[in-house]
Design a protein around this ligand. Structure first.
Ligand code: SF4
Ligand code: SF4
Length: 449
């Protein structure tokens, strides 16, 4: 393990504000399902202090209590003393990746995920043969009979999240520039997200539709890779830096005199996945260089951005009531009820609670229903639901019950990882509500409902 001469795992002073009050415990997802102090923010802070004092060694057992943390940052929101647990866990994660702290099987599985998930071309190559399986009766049968269990909990967890694979997921045919419709108000870049573009390409399609219809020109660097969120949230810093530099270079390659998107600068760089947005906004700290900071300064979640610039008058006027499952349009007497799921990297990581609700509220005759435990993680958390499948599944069941318990007809999620996790657990609980991104609902409403 790499550690400072004092044995400290995190920078000096970062744990000092903790007064061990325990206010963070009820919001902590890992504490919720494991119910042990060591798997709570307070317990981990206590362990870090003990390591610093030389009373505890960071061995595999202690590391496992840090690995149980989802990195959801609900504890940061809850803490009255201002403990920056987000900075603390980010500083600790790289050291948890020391080879001696994980088994060979754990290391091999993580290596496989990190060599696959951030690379859309590789992921497509693996997923292509599964097109004949995903979303078919064969998949339903394999799940029903428990066949997937034979491959172990991690492979089973991957299979359980596998959605039907749309043909668009296997194409890179988006234009470099999608023009604004009508008078151009702004010009933005779009980060497609690696998992999102493969597992739910309809989200980016809806984002382009909504932006263009709002008078916003969109630049889409071709062959863009992963923003680095998958590796960033696991403390794989050098890998994240490589991915971040590559993404910035893809933008620079298309914007400028004589380049495909022309010389005009971007007003913003948008993304429609909260986990990606959180990492993109941290490029300054991740890269520790000017290019990262200036790129990060323009990043916004698409909902944050649309709420900030406002819907165009024409787009707002085009919004029509959405339809209920029975085909009837929502009315004031019979509104369509939506349960918005706050992704942790949006709510706790970016401090964005109101923009999605405000945008959804622009659609006529929708009513937002609030989940009882809106601030608690759904268990997705990047690759958490693959590397810690049992804990993640328990959280997924809690979240699905909470969202379905609102009585809403549609669950709304703005993060691909959460959407896959929530869809899985809604289906498994026998309440398969549709799970849609807010921009999909806006696009649908603008298209006539
Ligand atoms: S992290 Fe904050 S909320 Fe949690 S025990 Fe420490 S001071 Fe209290
Ligand atoms: S980041 Fe989430 S899971 Fe980790 S300690 Fe904080 S509340 Fe618990």
């Amino acid at each position: 393990m790499s550690a400072s001469p004092t044995g400290a795992v995190v920078p000096a002073g970062i744990t000092d504000p903790c007064v061990h009050c325990g206010f963070c415990l009820p919001t902590c997802a890992s504490y919720r399902v494991l119910a042990t102090e060591m798997d709570s923010p307070r317990g981990r802070i206590h362990a870090l202090k003990a390591i610093e004092a030389g009373e505890l060694t960071l061995d595999a057992t202690v590391a496992s209590h840090f690995d149980s943390c989802l990195g959801c940052f609900a504890c940061v929101t809850a803490c009255p003393s201002g403990v920056r647990y987000d900075q603390l866990i980010e500083a600790a994660r790289p050291q948890l990746n020391a080879p001696e702290l994980r088994s060979p099987a754990q290391r091999a599985f993580r290596r496989t995920l990190f060599s696959l998930l951030p690379y859309p071309a590789r992921l497509r190559a693996v997923l292509a043969p599964l097109r004949a399986y995903a979303g078919t009766p064969l998949q339903a049968m394999a799940r029903r009979t428990g066949l997937t269990r034979l491959f172990g909990p991690q492979i089973e967890a991957m299979e359980r999240l596998l959605p039907p694979l749309a043909p668009e997921a296997f194409r890179d045919d988006l234009p470099v520039v999608v023009p604004a419709r009508g008078e151009r108000r702004q010009r933005v870049g779009l980060v497609l997200g690696c998992v999102q573009r493969l597992f739910d390409p309809a989200v980016n399609a809806a984002a382009l539709e909504v932006l263009s219809a709002n008078g916003i020109e969109v630049v889409i660097p071709p062959e863009q890779g992963c923003c680095g969120a998958v590796t960033h949230h696991q403390g794989e810093l050098e890998h994240t830096r490589t991915l971040a530099r590559d993404l910035i270079a893809r933008f620079e390659a298309v914007i400028g005199p004589g380049r495909p998107a022309g010389p005009e600068p971007l007003d913003a760089v948008l993304v429609a996945a909260s986990g990606c947005g959180h990492t993109l906004k941290h490029y300054g700290a991740i890269l520790e260089e000017e290019s990262g900071g200036s790129f990060a300064a323009r990043v916004a979640d698409i909902q944050e951005y649309l709420d900030r610039v406002g819907l165009s008058e024409g787009f707002a006027a085009s919004l029509r009531p959405l339809r209920h499952a029975d085909g009837q349009a929502a009315t004031a007497e019979r509104p369509l009820e939506l349960a918005y799921h706050d992704a942790c990297h949006m709510l706790h990581g970016q401090g964005l609670r109101e923009p999605p609700r405000s945008l959804l509220g622009r659609i006529p005759h929708v009513r937002l229903r609030e989940a009882t435990e809106a601030g608690v993680c759904c268990g997705s958390a990047g690759i958490y639901n693959l590397v810690q499948p049992e804990e993640a599944a328990e959280l997924g069941r809690i979240k699905a019950a909470d969202l379905a318990g609102t009585g809403a007809a549609i669950a709304v999620s703005a993060n691909i990882g959460c959407s896959l996790q929530i869809r899985r657990h809604l289906e498994e609980s026998g309440r398969p509500l549709p799970v849609l991104h807010p921009v999909q609902l806006l696009a649908r409403s603008a298209a006539g409902g």
